[in-house]
Design a protein around this ligand. Structure first.
Ligand code: G1P
Ligand code: ZN
Length: 543
């Protein structure tokens, strides 16, 4: 086989963030940009010689071209075998499953998740390790270190071959297998859930609307929900992946999934609504006119997971990211299982899942998952919900109301201030951090500050310490807010303000969420001086 070694020089800013390297598509398309980073993935993980990788992405603009480059580079670096989704399509959870099932050395996933796509949108590249999960920090650090010293990359002279047709072929000595992206994932879902019960639910007239948001879950949801489980044709909307997600923002929250929200609020609304994001790892669920917050969804799924065959009597523990509401902690306590609190980002769940300490995991940012793979999984959450609803018999809104009655309600919301100048955002965080020692005991918005710290996480398995993961301010009445800067943005900084207020059993669980959080919102604004630092009076996105 012939391959060439191309001279190159380091490119600034190739530091992986919360979830891989994300940049504007135009940045990734600049000569050598993708090549440099892919070579550093190989170099930072001991080289590609003789290895097997899974390669696929969410179908966004530049997906196919990038995959063709990666195939030639893997071949040029001596990889033995590649498993590639047909047409370059693999949802992030499906890729994680393939890495585990076929025991590969890892995978390269092309996605910028819920960020808009297209020529002027975002693109991303993420390396997942042999356990199927996002590379841990020591690996992303090694990859980043290579980006600072790279001098050359290798690429095959041969073309990358036809990834549109299922089958296999060689690029030099590297075997490229093009597979159906849905098959293995569907098999896994069948092993986990009571498909007969869900079939019975649909046969009884239960209706679902699943909004694939023109993104990768379209083919997965259509096959599994409509073809296999018998949901009526048309239950999955926006089901064809498009390179720019139909011009939309493939983020499943009430703001961006407004079409679904409209359908679920209309007369004749279906019984259950759901949406997934660009690469299929996030989920949003709804009942009639009712948005179920991801934090509540995690708590409810934990409480009822025993109704699904895979989890009956098998919940070892549960984990949530620190900013996620503490609703699930209450469930874990009642079940007598541990609840772990980790920094933001799915990679922090990996060790807990591998060690069998946690079975279910979740984040407030619409991510829920389990030990079945090492990524969050949007369609999995929807299927677990359907399994629970089929076996329990109650409607999702009723189930949630009963849950609050039994556990109390954690009112919860996240306020995002987007595209703030980076210096202003950092100044705000620095100023808040500098005051942490003085805050306890202070009165603000009629509440008393009881705790103030910057979250640090000592991994109970790997023992690594991750610091500065978000400022937490707790109040005497159990309310709290958390502030951190996003690690996935591509322009300026995004300030995330996470707000939570607990109303115990017997309290009023029917308030408007923003109204219930009023004092906490005011306290966050006052203590962090958001307007002074950013010039903004209100958040850009409230979810
Ligand atoms: C965001 C979410 C986080 C999630 C990540 C990847 O990261 O907040 O929970 O794991 O996207 O989907 P952030 O932009 O906050 O760093
Ligand atoms: Zn995603």
């Amino acid at each position: 086989m012939t391959s060439q070694t191309v001279q190159t020089t380091p490119i600034d800013g190739q530091k992986p963030g919360t979830s891989g390297l994300r940049k504007k598509t135009a940045v990734f398309r600049a000569p050598g940009y993708l090549e440099n980073f892919v070579q550093c993935i190989f170099d930072g993980t001991g080289g590609a010689q003789g290895k097997t990788y899974v390669v696929g992405g969410d179908g966004r603009f530049f997906n196919r071209e990038a995959i063709q480059t990666i195939i030639r580079m893997a071949a040029g670096n001596g990889a033995a075998r590649l498993i590639v989704g047909q047409n370059g399509i693999l949802s992030t959870p499906a890729a994680s499953n393939l890495i585990r099932k076929y025991k590969t050395d890892g995978g390269i996933i092309l996605s910028a998740s819920h960020n808009p796509g297209g020529e002027d949108g975002d693109f991303g590249v993420k390396f997942n390790a042999a356990n199927g999960g996002p590379a841990p920090e020591r690996v992303t650090d090694a990859i980043f270190a290579r980006t600072l010293e790279i001098a050359e990359y290798s690429i095959s002279d041969q073309q990358s071959g036809d990834i549109g047709t299922i089958g296999s072929y060689n690029v030099g000595d590297c075997r490229v297998e093009v597979i159906d992206p849905v098959d293995d994932y569907e098999t896994l879902m069948q092993e986990l859930f009571d498909f007969d019960a869900i079939r019975g639910l649909f046969a009884g007239g239960f209706r679902i609307c699943f909004d694939a948001m023109h993104a990768v879950t379209g083919p997965y949801a259509t096959r599994i929900l409509e073809t296999t489980l018998g949901a009526p044709r048309g239950s999955v909307i926006n089901a064809t992946p498009s390179p720019d997600f139909g011009g939309g923002h493939p983020d499943p929250n009430p703001v961006w999934a407004s079409e679904l929200v409209g359908i679920m609020s209309g007369d004749n609304a279906p019984d259950f609504g759901a949406a997934s994001d660009g690469d299929g790892d996030r989920n949003m669920v709804m009942g009639k006119s009712a948005f179920v917050s991801p934090s509540d969804s995690l708590a409810l799924l934990t409480a009822y997971a025993h109704l699904a065959p895979a989890y009956a009597g098998k919940l070892a523990g549960v984990a949530r990211s620190m900013p996620t509401s503490r609703a699930v902690d209450l469930v874990a306590e009642r079940l007598g299982i541990p609840c772990f609190e980790t920094p933001t980002g799915w990679k922090f769940f990996g060790n807990l899942l591998d060690a069998g300490r946690a079975t279910l995991c979740g984040e407030e940012s619409a991510g829920t998952g389990s030990n079945h793979i090492r990524e969050k999984d949007g369609l999995w959450a929807v299927l677990l919900w359907l399994n629970i609803l089929a076996r329990d018999g109650r409607d999702i809104v009723q189930l949630r109301a009963d849950h609050w009655r039994s556990f109390g309600r954690n009112y919860y919301s996240r306020h995002d201030y987007e595209e703030i100048p980076t210096e202003a955002a950092e100044a705000l965080m620095d100023a808040l951090r500098a005051r942490l020692g003085d805050l306890p005991g202070r009165e603000v918005a009629g509440m008393q500050v009881s705790t103030a710290d910057d979250f640090a996480y000592r991994d109970p398995i790997g023992d690594s310490l991750t610091e500065r993961q978000g400022v937490r301010i707790g109040f005497a009445d159990g309310s709290r807010f958390v502030m951190r800067l996003s690690g996935t943005g591509t322009q300026g900084a995004t300030l995330r303000v996470y707000l939570e207020r607990f109303v115990d059993r017997g309290g009023d669980h029917t308030q408007d969420v923003q109204a219930a959080l009023g004092p906490v919102i005011e306290a966050a604004q006052t203590l962090a001086e958001i307007t002074k630092h950013t010039g903004r009076r209100r958040a850009d996105v409230v979810t």
